[in-house]
Write a protein that binds this ligand. Structure first.
Ligand SMILES: [Zn+2]
Length: 231
């Protein structure tokens, strides 16, 4: 077993049974770089691969931080919709990127079945986009578009709390993710909104990034417009 990993025992709130899963030791995590949408690159094992817990017994899957926070009605939905079709299998052990794609897709499915918040759905879609980016495949763009849709809904319909789903971060991501799929006009609008949000003053690094990406996107937009005039 890889010594950057350790075993954790998790209790499943849906079927009431225990299972084990691997986690990356905090002391082993080495971040090499991050993209402008925070996509991380690691020299060590990638902790993102392990931050979805999947119950091997009933098929319930969720982001680690949300796993135990499931209500009674949602548990029933998993039991009715996911468990009957679940072929018992375990994601314990070292995970490949293909395993990671599977566990995030399971988490996405469960989050849709239980009607999770749009910010949670957006977060899962963004991570699926990153996994496809690691592989260099085009599906990245599809998941970016899903994430944009979910974050947009989260912004307009959900109360975003200060720490977890911080409004400024969602506004900034709506800018950056729109930019990545070539929607420059929307990207500029969202960067503008982020910069006008008073709480951005408390997040200096986001403010700087938003300014940088705002002017970079305006350049890209200008180029796009002049190209369309030339053609
Ligand atoms: Zn379970």
């Amino acid at each position: 077993m890889n010594n950057e990993l350790y075993e954790k025992t998790v209790h499943c709130p849906v079927c009431d049974r225990d299972f084990t899963t691997q986690k990356v030791r905090t002391s082993a995590i080495r971040v090499e770089n991050r993209d402008e949408d925070f996509c991380p690159y690691y020299k060590s094992q990638n902790p993102l691969f392990y931050s979805v817990f999947v119950c091997p017994h009933c098929g319930y899957a969720a982001l680690e931080g949300d796993f135990s926070r499931i209500g009674e009605r949602e548990k029933e939905k998993i039991k009715e919709t996911i468990s009957p079709k679940w072929r018992p299998r375990s994601y314990d052990g070292e995970r490949t990127i293909e395993d990671a794609l599977e566990v995030y897709k399971l988490a996405l499915l469960c989050s849709q079945v239980i009607g999770a918040s749009e910010s949670t759905i957006g977060k899962i879609c963004l991570r699926l986009a990153w996994l496809h980016r690691y592989l260099g495949d085009e599906k990245e763009k599809d998941f970016i578009k899903f994430a944009v849709k979910a974050f947009h809904k989260a912004y307009t319909t959900e109360r975003l709390d200060e720490d977890q789903n911080d409004m400024v971060i969602i506004l900034y991501l709506l800018g950056e993710l729109n930019r990545r799929v070539g929607n420059y006009k929307d990207a500029i609008k969202w960067f503008d909104k982020a910069l006008r949000e008073p709480s951005i003053k408390k997040k200096r690094h986001i403010e700087l990034k938003a300014r940088e990406q705002w002017s970079f996107t305006r350049e890209e937009y200008r180029k796009q417009k002049s190209e369309s005039v030339d053609n």
